[in-house]
Design a protein around this ligand. Structure first.
Ligand code: MLT
Length: 263
């Protein structure tokens, strides 16, 4: 595959913090978190390949964008930005899958890890088949079917019924996702490896962040992830579903900021 230069937002000065967004979002997912972190850190929030300002490349409708390929893009980005110091790597959901791959492939670049609303296991055959079907639909119809199937699971029931501005902003974040980028990352997520056996080898300070009502990466599952990681702390965000960046931005920002400043 051709090399690509990822689009990214950079803010602040200090030790580098690399924020990796989820599916099907872009680096703007972190906009409410960045100001707090940027008071003490150099915050880098890229658009993964196929999202936001990062092109998938011409003729890529049939592409599988693996989590490893996303991870290698991030390593190339750090190289091109001249960031030599190891980063605090923060991955949200799909960004967490990418973060685990990055740790496997670029260990020396990782100072610490924050795994937000994510999973360590691979897809079941049923979930992987569902992603293949959704990839085909997204290529034909754009992001609409992805939004309709994901939105009810991304947000806590209370958010869906009482916080229309949050619902609107999460929907807007997904509406801009390019169809080929959606399809390529769906296929990549479906093909990702199970990372459960990696967890005991995550030998860096690690923070696990979970939403109280997360229907995609449940508190019980994420506590299991945390229990398997040697130097790990867990934060549970109350009244929050999967979308911690939007449902609990202050709690998430202060948890990440405190974590980074203690390192
Ligand atoms: C995400 O938020 O990145 C997705 O829910 C991840 C997934 O579909 O597994």
């Amino acid at each position: 595959m051709h090399a690509t230069r990822l689009a990214c937002r950079q803010n602040g000065h200090g030790r580098p913090v690399l924020l990796v967004h989820g599916f099907p979002f872009h680096g703007g997912q972190w906009d409410a978190i960045t100001p707090t972190l940027a008071r003490h850190s150099h915050v880098i929030a890229p658009d993964l390949r196929g999202f936001g300002g990062s092109a998938l490349g011409p003729g890529c409708e049939a592409l599988t964008q693996s989590m490893d390929a996303h991870a290698d893009d991030l390593a190339a980005l750090l190289e091109s930005l001249g960031v030599r110091e190891p980063v605090t790597l923060v991955g949200f959901s799909m960004g967490g899958y990418v973060a685990l791959s990055f740790f496997r492939r670029h260990r020396s670049r990782v100072r610490a890890l924050a795994l937000c609303n994510t999973r360590a296991i691979a897809d079941t055959a049923e979930v992987a088949n569902g992603r293949a079907t959704m990839a085909a639909r997204a290529l034909l119809e754009g992001p609409a079917p992805v939004i309709e199937s994901m939105l009810p699971r991304l947000l806590a029931p209370d958010t869906l019924s009482t916080r229309p501005a949050v619902v609107r902003s999460v929907r807007a974040l997904m509406e801009s996702a390019p169809r080929a980028g959606i399809a390529a990352s769906l296929r990549g997520m479906a093909a990702r490896v199970d990372s459960t056996s990696l967890l005991p080898h995550l030998d860096v300070p690690t923070l696990v962040v979970v939403g109280e009502h997360d229907a995609i990466s449940s508190p019980a599952e994420m506590r299991g992830i945390a229990a398997a990681i040697p130097r790990c702390r867990v934060i549970e965000l109350p009244r929050c579903g999967h979308m911690s960046t939007h449902e609990a931005p202050e709690g998430l920002a202060s948890a990440l900021d405190a974590f980074v400043r203690e390192l």
